[in-house]
Write a protein that binds this ligand. Structure first.
Ligand code: PNS
Length: 166
């Protein structure tokens, strides 16, 4: 099997990684040979990230340390180019509610236009994570809400430190 046959990319802003992301990454790692979690350096949709790309990567490295076929990389170019560089055959993303669909549908079509050989695959969120988003978690933490059930422990600690007192 060539590397292209077994490699997929799980891209995202991961600002920060949530237990919902981890569920998608873990389930993807059970299906594919090699999973590269791609942390986008400067997400276009966000004004400014709470954590730097290096911090976001470090949280994911720690949270996925037990998954032997998962690695984490930062990317700053087009997602399709990043996938091509890795020899990935597919982009794998989580899909929660209908609200995710419109954006993901557009992204999948644009990415297909750029490289029809790279498939977009969607993994349906587990029901208990279907409400969970990085945006929601950041908002909760900003107002002092308890996010310890929603994100890995080091992320919860770092959020409390960074957002505390806002
Ligand atoms: O976690 P997010 O914000 O939903 O992740 C979005 C991501 C990283 C998948 C998206 O912003 C992305 O693909 N960025 C890389 C630039 C790119 O290739 N954009 C689409 C081009 S048509």
């Amino acid at each position: 099997m060539t590397e292209r046959d077994g490699t997929v990319v799980c891209p995202g802003s991961y600002d920060p990684i949530t237990n919902g992301h981890l569920d998608i990454i873990t389930r993807t790692s059970m299906v594919f040979e090699r999973v590269v979690v791609g942390v986008v350096n400067n997400p276009l949709r966000k004004d400014k990230t709470l954590f730097t790309a290096e911090e976001r990567k470090a949280f994911i490295d720690e949270a996925t340390a037990g998954l032997a076929n998962v690695e984490v990389r930062i990317f700053s170019n087009l997602l399709v180019e990043f996938a091509q560089e890795l020899g990935a055959k597919a982009i794998v993303k989580g899909l929660r509610a209908i609200s995710d669909f419109e954006y993901e549908f557009e992204m999948a079509q644009l990415n297909r236009k750029l490289d029809p050989d790279i498939e977009s695959i969607y993994v349906i969120a587990s029901p208990h994570f279907s409400f969970l988003s990085s945006t929601g978690v950041r908002e909760m933490a900003t107002f002092g809400g308890d996010v310890s059930d929603l994100v890995p422990a080091p992320v919860a600690t770092a959020m409390a430190e960074r957002l505390g007192g806002r």
